[in-house]
Design a protein around this ligand. Structure first.
Ligand code: A3P
Length: 337
């Protein structure tokens, strides 16, 4: 998601809080969807560390996402986006590799080894709504952290291709912690990793918990038989990027050469993309977002970095909670390179 926008909007809304009367509550209710300011739920822990979220259709989300301007600019409008047969939607929980897959798909479909100047946020459904999606030219590589039931109705009706990227939850948790630690207030997280992990596993954060994300997608897909979804794992993509590029090309019915796939795998390596992010990418919103000197979105890009962060006891506790929630999920992750 575009965390720059989040910062901007939170900064703006915090200026206006007394006037617009944002209501703070810990109750989990669905907000009014149109023309109403969202209820902001204060989910901070006893130390005052944590997040303030709105609720959309049962999901915790950054409060800026619905500003009550017009119906077209609300999350609800996403359901009515008209889709083209060649639209593709990348679906992932935050920090699982959306930037990477998005660049690969864009290159594959453009037919040339050329990086997009735009960031993937320019095609992220919960940031652009119907209005923004309608304005994009085809072919669109849309992306989202939302559940299937919140996506355009035509995803299911027209059997639009979705690509889902998943990542082992310990690396994803560390990645998300690092992002919030490195971003400026009011989005930044001032607590430690142990506190964050608790928040992460319980879902008291933007887009809820990763386990709920995976279980909800599984349940919703089961109700939409025949939905074309390519499931990818970050760890597989790291181990064999060429195979993943070829799998994506096959899924999208693209006639591409092995050499072209190899060039894409190489051009979309972590090192290259980190450099491109500095040299070429246009920011979606030009606001200070990252703390001085932080690594930004392209932090480390490795499998197993969590071992540098969790103690053995913390790791075992994580496993117990995660495995308990996910025991019937059928998903298994790789935790080491
Ligand atoms: P780390 O914080 O572990 O480095 P998302 O794109 O969903 O926000 O995920 C961000 C994570 O993907 C970050 O993980 C980032 O470094 C990693 N990432 C981005 N591009 C990558 C690439 N080309 N290869 C490997 N990892 C990449």
């Amino acid at each position: 998601m575009s965390w720059e926008i989040l910062v901007t909007c939170l900064l703006i809304s915090s200026e206006f809080i007394p006037d617009i009367g944002l209501r703070h509550t810990t109750a989990m209710t669905t907000d009014q969807l149109t023309g109403q300011l969202p209820i902001v739920h204060d989910l901070r822990n006893s130390k005052g560390h944590g997040f303030q979220c709105m609720v959309f259709d049962g999901l915790y989300m950054p409060p800026f996402l619905m500003t009550g301007e017009t119906a077209e600019k609300t999350l609800e409008s996403i359901r009515d986006i008209e889709l083209n047969d060649d639209d593709v939607i990348i679906c992932a929980y935050p920090k699982c590799g959306t930037h990477w897959v998005w660049e690969v798909v864009e290159m594959l479909r453009s037919g040339v080894i050329e990086y997009r100047k735009q960031v993937k946020d320019t095609q992220e459904l919960e940031l652009i709504y119907k209005e923004g999606a309608d304005a994009l030219s085809a072919p669109r590589t849309l992306n989202t952290h939302l559940y299937l039931r919140m996506l355009p109705k035509q995803v299911v009706e027209k059997k639009i291709k979705c690509i889902q990227i998943m990542r082992n939850p310990k690396d994803a948790c560390v990645s998300m912690f690092s992002q919030f630690r490195d971003t400026i207030a009011p989005v930044g997280f001032e607590g430690d990793l142990a506190e964050f992990t608790e928040i992460y596993l319980s879902g008291q954060t933007y887009f809820g918990s990763y386990s709920d994300y995976l279980l909800t997608w599984k349940a919703e897909l089961a109700r939409s038989p025949g939905q074309p979804v390519l499931k990818l794992f970050y760890e597989d993509m790291k181990r064999d990027p060429l195979k993943t590029v070829k799998d994506i090309a096959g899924f999208l019915d693209l006639a591409v050469t092995d050499q072209f796939c190899e060039d894409i795998a190489h051009s979309c390596s972590f090192k290259k993309m980190k450099q491109v992010d500095k040299d070429l990418k246009e920011q979606f919103i030009k606001k200070k977002f990252w703390k001085e000197g932080s690594a930004g979105y392209y932090r480390k890009g490795e499998v197993g970095d969590w071992k540098n962060w969790f103690t053995v006891a913390e790791s075992e506790k994580f496993d117990r909670i995660w495995n308990d929630k996910m025991k019937d999920s059928g998903v298994t992750f790789t935790y080491s390179p």
